[in-house]
Each structure stands twice: as structure tokens, then as C-alpha cells.
Design a protein around this ligand. Sequence first.
Ligand code: NAP
Length: 351
Amino acid sequence: MRVSIIGGSGYAGGELLRLLLFHPKVEIGQVTSESSAGKYVHTRHPNLRGVTELKYSPMATLEPCDLLFVALPHGEAMKRIDTLAGLAPRIVDLSADFRLRRNEDYVTWYEHPHSSPEWLARFVYGLPELNREAICNARYVSGVGCNATATNLAIWPLFAQDVADRERGVIVELKAGSSEGGAQAGPASHHPDRSNAVRSFAPVGHRHTAEVLQALRAIGEEPPVHMSVTSIENVRGVLATAHAFVRPELRDGFALKHLWQVYRASYGEEPFVRLIRERQGVYRFPEPKILAGSNYADVGFDYDERTGRIVAICAIDNLMKGAAGTAVQCMNLMMGWDERAGLGFPGLHPV
Ligand SMILES: NC(=O)c1ccc[n+]([C@@H]2O[C@H](COP(=O)([O-])OP(=O)(O)OC[C@H]3O[C@@H](n4cnc5c(N)ncnc54)[C@H](OP(=O)(O)O)[C@@H]3O)[C@@H](O)[C@H]2O)c1
């Protein structure tokens, strides 16, 4: 199958390239960049030197293909979606442009109405662990927000299985690496300012909150969700630490073993979710460091019997499970292929 990548000079596009070059079922047609048109892709992604002779094309020269990955900044795909849909029968868009189903959510969280709202209902939210069946039957799939993915995977079982107190809701602290911001340099990525940073990026109002609320709404839940994002030193990786409280009716006798049951019931069969809650050792809980380059989401938990507080933790690589990896997983599902195809890399240790 022939796939093309729009926005292949960026970080998410680079990860798509790395994955698709080794995917057993696809060949890459074109890869676009306006700023690097005519240059080899390894000029932007030096890890691909010697792996491919592909060169960047400008978007205007795109030819029809079987599936189009779109990895442009927010707002760019929505304004040209009719043209893009004319080029390929299937699209996976990694931006936020088609993640939300309600136009009013774009006004609330992105501060502008959607420019092609008629397309919102045609896209399926591309997180396989929550939406597998719909993705299998979809032609148009949206990517996922990386912070939303870490949060959704951490807290989803607690609400889906009616364990968390929905009145009290959930508070989520996210620690995020610098590649979340993309390849374009800005004042916040200037080395003296970014290095060693532990910086409150979005104490309130982070846009990915909309995706978490939407996922909970889909199962009839509307608990208050409070998210705060802190920028940290890492280049890759997100760690979500979520705090919820066990429902008062369940509190008597509730213990850690019940959380094991809850998370196993939700994720026991998931190919890319690992449950991590060891009693001993260094890596007792999920940690993004060992996930760099891998599509795994590591999910862990703990329980404070004294207060009834559940701590749910999820670590991912933002460019993989939080972007390109999940996008390839979605393509595999859309095509009826093995969901794991092209996604076998387990990460590195030590790293
Ligand atoms: N970074 C993450 O962790 C992450 C996670 C999940 C989802 N995403 C989403 O994935 C998308 C790409 O993110 P990224 O981090 O890869 O961004 P990025 O590194 O800044 O890359 C953006 C890409 O879009 C192209 N581009 C920028 N403005 C354009 C325009 N006006 N017209 C045409 N092409 C344009 C750039 O090509 P040129 O060479 O021409 O500049 C580049 O290839 C975003 O929507 C982001 O929200 C990112």
C-alpha cells in the first residue's frame, strides 16, 4: 500500500517516516516539507541517513495515494481537508483539527470555531484502547493529544468500571518533555532557558483537557477533570500522575488488589499497554525514560487506604504512543492488519 506523509520534516512526521520505512505492508510515496523541498529527508532526520534516499516534495505536488498521514500544525489540515480527501481514500491526521466532535469545543478550548465543521462527524478519535471498533471501520481517523493519551489511559478504567468518585473527579499532573513543542525553535526552547527547566506550562486550561472530557462523556461520565502540565528537562516523554478517590460505597475493604482487577479487566488484552506496579526495584512504576521510541504505554497505580486516594500513572513517548506510533496502530486497524505491525521496537535500556 502506498502512503504519503504531509509535514514530514517535523518531529511527529519524522517518527512516522522511521516507522513506515520498516513497516512490512507499506511503501512510502511522497513526504512533504515546504522549507526543505528537494532535500533528502535525512537533512531533517539524521537518524535516517543511509536508510532511505527519499527527498521532500512540496505539498502542491502531492499525487494520489492509498492513505495520507497529515502531521501539520493545528489549523492547517482543517482548512485544506477537501483537497486532502481528494488525494486519498483514507486519512490519519495527527493534529488536533479533527479530534473533537463538537464545534463548540473548538471555540472553548482552541478559541476559534472550526473552519470545516461538517468534517468533524466523519473522523473517529484515534485511540485504539478506547475506540478500536470504530477505528477498524473508519476512513478518517484523528490522532491523539499526547497529554490526553497519558491521562486517558491512566484514568479511563477507573470511570469506565465505576470505581472513582465522580463527584470529586480527578486531578492530573503531567510532566512533559520539550519535543512536545515541535521542531520550530522559540524563546522557550532556547537552551539556557529550557535546559534544567521544571516550569509550569499550563497550570489550568490545557487544550488536551477537551479530549479527556470527550472520552469520559462517551461513556456517560462527566466528572470534573483538572489537568496541569509542567515542562521538564526530557526531550521525549510524558508522565501523567492522576489523583482520584474511590467511591464511598466501595471504600470499605477496598485495596490495591482491586485496582489490579480493574486495570487487568481494561487492559489485559491490550498489545501496547503494560501494567507496571512492582514491589521492588528501581522501575516499580511507569517511567517515560525507557519508552523512548517505543509504542508502549506503561500504566501503574497505587492506593492510599488511609484516605481512599487512587494514584493512577501513565508514561508514554509523546512522539510514539502520543502521536506517530498510535497513528500507525490506527492504520493497521483500518486496514485489518496485525495491530502490532511495524511497532515492535521495545525501547532501550540503559538509555
Ligand atoms: N510533538 C508532539 O509530541 C506531538 C504529539 C501529538 C500530536 N502532535 C501533533 O502533530 C502535528 C505536528 O507536530 P510536530 O511536533 O511534528 O510539529 P513540527 O515539528 O513543528 O512539524 C510541523 C510540520 O508541518 C510543516 N508545516 C508547518 N507549517 C506549515 C504550513 N503553514 N503549511 C505547510 N506545512 C507546514 C513543517 O514543514 P516545513 O519544513 O515546511 O516547515 C513540518 O513538517 C501537530 O498538529 C501536533 O499537534 C505532536
